[in-house]
Design a binder for this molecule. Structure first.
Ligand code: NAD
Length: 270
């Protein structure tokens, strides 16, 4: 028995990086996966093919996959995304708010449109999708699962990335609030907080051996994480094995939240 067999799952920003790995992992666990993408249909088609390939091995069990275009920051798009998924499948069991962007700039030089866009995708987008999911879960009864991709910057400050850090801390607060608000209706809301993961969002340092070594030097486990290592935690949290977990963040970060500067007892004068 696959842990997610027959579950209908929507993953935002699901065509690349962690979203892509999660789509493949969920299909492998028996879920039907709807992959939301914003702009590149070609990129999304490639991921859809990979998911389909995974699905094909368990097709007789009814594994299905679909693409659904839309900008999560747009209320109109989000309503259409949910209409498309529900029209095709009639039911949604799991929403994964994964879409996210970041911009780097000293705060005093940050333009308001850059700030607004990061908040619009990372926080407003998650709010809009969660609101649609909760409406559906309440309508059909029986609960549901919302999983949010935050970041270690849900708690660790990130100079020059103030909009990103604010959006991820906000997403943590939003998630815990929804978890409390709807626990009585069987809706579980949890977060996965990745550290530095080898995905397109980190192209800037991943493709430069010197910068990569610098990043990895800050990570207690000495390496960047793989998107599949995040997908595995999403799969656990979506499954009934996590039936009694709500409002929690699981940090998947190779030890980044362990105050790495305290690896040596520098502060004790030894
Ligand atoms: P990524 O750039 O591959 O993924 C982000 C996805 O979101 C892309 O597919 C992008 O097209 C999509 N997206 C952007 N704006 C959108 C919008 N308005 N509507 C719909 N989709 C949109 O990088 P990733 O690392 O896989 O990022 C996925 C999530 O993981 C993000 O929320 C990111 O903040 C979070 N995260 C990543 C890391 C890391 O080190 N890679 C660390 C912590 C958190």
């Amino acid at each position: 028995m696959k842990r997610l067999e027959g579950k209908n799952v929507l993953i935002t920003g699901g065509s690349t990086g962690i979203g892509r790995a999660t789509a493949i992992r969920f299909a492998d666990e028996g879920a039907n996966v709807a992959i939301n993408y914003r702009s590149s249909e070609k990129e999304a088609e490639i991921t859809l093919d990979e998911v389909r390939e995974t699905c094909n091995s368990i097709r007789e069990k009814g594994c299905r996959e679909m693409l659904v275009q839309g900008d999560v920051a747009s209320e109109e798009d989000v309503e259409r995304i949910f209409q498309d998924v529900l029209k095709a499948w009639g039911r949604l069991d799991v929403l994964i708010n994964n879409a996210g962007i970041q911009t780097a700039n000293p705060t005093h030089e940050t333009a308001m449109d850059a700030y607004d866009r990061v908040l619009a995708v990372n926080l407003r987008g998650a709010f809009l999708c969660s609101r649609e999911a909760v409406r559906h879960f309440l309508d059909r009864g029986g609960g549901g699962v919302i999983l949010n991709n935050t970041s270690v910057h849900e708690t660790i400050p990130k100079p020059q990335y103030a909009p990103y850090a604010a959006s991820k801390a906000g997403l943590g607060a939003l998630s815990r609030t929804l978890a409390l608000e709807y626990a009585g209706q069987g809706i579980r809301v949890n977060m996965v907080a990745p550290g530095a993961i080898a995905t397109p969002i980190n192209r800037e340092w991943m493709d430069d051996p010197e910068k990569k070594a610098d990043v990895e030097g800050h990570i207690p486990m000495g390496r960047a994480g793989e998107p599949e290592e995040i997908a595995a935690v999403f799969a656990f949290l979506a499954s009934d094995e996590a039936a009694y977990i709500t409002g929690q963040t699981i940090y998947v970060d190779g030890g980044l939240t362990l105050y790495p500067d305290f690896r040596t007892p520098w502060s004790s004068g030894s």
